[in-house]
Structures are given as structure tokens and as C-alpha cells.
Write a protein of this length. Structure first.
Length: 442
């Protein structure tokens, strides 16, 4: 039994611990799993929980969700840490679960950071999961496909928990000010802009958001009437960020991403790196920047340099894996590459023109030659008739018309002479010349 000291109850818990949700109604985020009628919510409310893995970044509520399940379920609940436990501890817990099973009681074993267990430790759970002695709930920040044994993983349902949205974190911070477990007994003066900045700074992590709020409140200015006022200077000191870079309505946010995009388009690597730094140092989500750079790779570079998209996707993955501040160099590599790459917007123009035609010709039927005919009736209706299989020809080309009759002469993709796309242009001209020479032939 744990021995308590005389002063243990006098040590205040961190705000994040005090505000840990105890019900699904208090839980923030993960509406794709816990919204009304969603599968995980139904399983919890009906006490039909089976073995599962919660996969998601830190601070999104994996452990909290397990504790909520503990409160809702009729099963015995054992909290287990992969950091401090070994095979001996696993066997002790499994024996306890087996004893519970003999008395007709279910046992839920929650394993935090389950990816830290090695293969032998994970294998120790397997027989007990198989025969139903325990319901295993694991939490991990790593991809279960790589970190969890396939035999164990196949017996668990994986639920992906997502970073909290800025508005969800802002609502959580507002609740922290009003909740008696938080700062409900104090008068806190902090602007909505500052709460939104803290939510953005937390980058989807509820624990970081609450810890930052607690820090700025503890360092706020205390007036004679007991009011704590959080100033802009306090916020900047506690976050090491310049909070005025983004305004309340997000206009500066869009101004900066526009400046980055246009600097890359204008082949200016110095300006591109500067605007990138302005965004990241202001607390912008690096994944947002990476998504915009990925869009740029196809919209403004395209087939002039197909490797631009590969590099952009790689930069996004790097940001996802290691986060700030380390991933700043990966984004720098990406934006400099985009700025120096040859430019072509032919893919963007092609899609926009095709989109316009698609919207105006929604009822155009698919040509019969392009339709599959898996049934006899479809064959009788001429589905697939006159289809020409390009691989059967020496040139790997046919004169098959693939657009609807009303759009037969449309040209959407017009390649430029920039970079690698010049080869695409040459190839397309060869294809068009061949089709013109073989027009009307079957």
C-alpha cells in the first residue's frame, strides 16, 4: 500500500490534472469517435468495450478516455505503465485478471505507451487477450502497424485520435476559467485573442494548452481586488512567441501565407524563407504550412519538376514525425526547392477548365466503349463494344475517343516548355500527331 506523507495533500495538482474530464460530456475533441451515435461512444455507453489501441499524438486524451471507460464500465480496471513494468509485473496483473474471470468479473487493463514494450512483453498479453481474461486498452503515440506485434494488433481495434482543433482548445481554456476545479474561484482578465493564441500555440495538445494558461495566470499581474490580469508581455514571455503577429480575425495569418506562396512563385528563396520564419516563430502549425507547400508543388510547379511534390510530401511527413522546432529545417528545404524549381501552372489550369465543363455537362453519358460489361445484359446493350486495348498495339496507342461527343475536341492540359514538362509537351505532340494520322481507322 502506498504510504502518504503529512504534506502530500497540500501540494496542488497541475491545472491539466485538476481538469481531467470524468465523463464523455466533459471530454474535448474526437467527435469522429465520440459524437452522438458514433461507434466508440456506443461501445462505451453500452459497456461493450473490446480490446483496442488508442493511437494519437501527446495531449489528445488517450489516457483520459481510458479513465472515462473505467468509470463507465462494470469491469475491474488496472492501470499499467509500459515505462516502469516488465514481464514479472505483467504476469502478476494477468494472474489477478484470471482470478477475476473465475469469479465472473471482467478486467480492463490499460497500458500507457504500449509501444515501449518489446516483443516478449507484448506476447505475454496475447494468451489472456485471446481467451478473454482481459480487455486490453493500449495507448501509443507511434504507428501501431510498426510498434505492436501483428498477432496482438489483429485482436485489437485501432482508434485514431486526432489533434484537437483550435476552437476545441479555446473552448477548453474558457471552461478552465469557469470551472471550480480550475480558476473558477478567481477573477481572471485575459482577452479572447490571447486564449486563441494559446490554443494555436498548443498545436492540438490539450495538456500544453492548459499548462500554458496556468503559467500565464500564475505570472499575471495581481491587483488589489484579487483580479489577475494577463498582459501581452506576460504571454510572450511564457510562450517565447510574439503574440501580435496574428490578429483576432486571422487576416495577418492569411497575409503571411499569401506572402510565402507568392515569394515561392516569384522564385525568391530569401523572401520565401523569411515569410516561413515569420509564420513558424509566431506559432503557426507547421503541418498547415506543409499542406500549403504541397499544394504549391502541383499548382505552381507541376510537371515542370515532378520531384517537387515528392519533396513537399516528405517535408509534411517529417513535420508530422518530429514537430517544431526541429522540423523548421525540413520546411526551409521545401520552400527553397519550390522557389528555385521551374514553374508551370498547366495542371491547375487544366483542372479548372475541366471542372467548369464537368459542372455544365453533368449528364453527359460515359461512351459505351469505355464501359465494362460484366453481365450478358450489358453486352446486349453494347457496353464495351469497340473498345481498343492500347497494350495490344505496337505504339501502345489507339484512336479511341474517351471524351463525351459534346466535348470531343476539348483540350485541357497544355504543357509548357519549363523544366521536365518540356518532355511532356514533346510526348503529347507526338501522341496528337499519331492520332491525327490514324483518324478514322479502327
Amino acid at each position: 500500500m502506498k504510504q502518504m506523507t503529512l504534506f502530500e495533500n497540500t501540494v496542488p495538482q497541475p491545472l491539466a490534472a485538476r481538469l481531467r474530464p470524468e465523463t464523455l460530456e466533459e471530454y474535448a475533441g474526437q467527435t469522429h469517435l465520440l459524437g452522438k451515435g458514433k461507434v466508440l461512444r456506443r461501445l462505451i455507453e453500452s459497456d461493450q468495450v473490446s480490446s483496442m489501441i488508442f493511437w494519437g499524438p501527446p495531449g489528445v486524451g488517450k489516457t483520459t478516455l481510458a479513465r472515462i471507460i473505467a468509470h463507465k464500465t462494470q469491469a475491474a480496471f488496472i492501470d499499467f505503465s509500459a515505462v516502469t513494468s516488465g514481464i514479472k509485473e505483467i504476469r502478476t496483473v494477468m494472474q489477478q485478471a484470471e482470478d477475476n474471470r473465475r469469479y465472473g468479473e471482467k478486467t480492463i487493463v490499460f497500458v500507457d505507451e504500449i509501444h515501449r514494450f518489446n516483443k516478449a512483453q507484448q506476447d505475454a498479453f496475447l494468451p489472456f487477450v485471446e481467451k478473454g481474461s482481459i480487455i486490453l486498452i493500449g495507448a501509443t503515440t507511434e504507428n501501431p502497424s510498426f510498434e505492436i506485434n501483428s498477432a496482438l494488433l489483429s485482436r485489437c481495434k485501432v482508434f485514431v485520435l486526432q489533434p484537437l482543433k483550435t476552437e476545441e482548445l479555446t473552448a477548453l481554456l474558457v471552461r478552465a476559467q469557469k470551472d471550480p476545479r480550475g480558476f473558477g474561484s478567481q477573477k481572471i482578465c485575459i482577452s479572447e485573442d490571447m486564449l486563441q493564441f494559446i490554443a494555436g500555440f498548443a498545436n492540438g495538445d490539450a495538456r500544453t494548452a492548459l499548462s500554458t494558461l496556468e503559467m500565464v495566470v500564475l505570472n499575471g499581474e495581481l491587483s488589489h481586488d484579487g483580479t489577475v490580469t494577463v498582459t501581452k508581455e506576460t504571454l510572450e514571455q511564457c510562450t517565447s512567441k510574439k503574440s501580435l503577429l496574428y490578429d483576432k480575425n486571422g487576416e495577418e495569418h492569411y497575409n503571411l501565407i499569401s506572402a510565402l506562396h507568392k515569394s515561392m512563385r516569384n522564385s525568391d528563396p530569401d523572401a520565401s524563407v523569411y515569410w516561413l520564419a515569420r509564420m513558424l516563430e509566431a506559432g503557426e502549425d507547421p503541418l498547415y504550412v506543409a499542406r500549403r507547400v504541397t499544394r504549391f508543388a502541383s499548382e505552381d510547379v507541376g510537371l515542370a519538376d515532378p520531384r517537387a511534390l515528392e519533396l513537399a510530401v516528405a517535408a509534411y511527413q517529417a513535420c508530422h514525425l518530429i514537430g517544431m522546432p526541429e522540423c523548421s529545417v525540413h520546411l526551409t528545404e521545401a520552400v527553397v526547392y519550390m522557389a528555385l524549381a521551374p514553374k508551370s501552372n498547366s495542371l491547375y489550369i487544366a483542372y479548372e477548365q475541366a471542372k467548369k465543363d464537368a459542372g455544365q455537362h453533368l449528364a453527359e453519358p460515359v461512351p459505351l466503349a469505355l464501359r465494362n460489361a460484366p453481365t450478358g445484359l450489358m453486352k446486349e446493350l453494347n457496353y464495351g463494344r469497340d473498345y481498343q486495348y492500347a497494350h495490344d498495339t505496337q505504339e501502345k496507342l489507339t484512336n479511341l475517343q474517351c471524351l463525351p461527343d459534346s466535348l470531343a475536341d476539348r483540350e485541357y492540359y497544355r504543357p509548357t516548355d519549363q523544366g521536365v514538362e518540356a518532355r511532356c509537351k514533346t510526348r503529347l505532340e507526338q501522341i496528337k500527331q499519331w492520332k491525327e494520322e490514324h483518324k478514322g481507322r479502327s
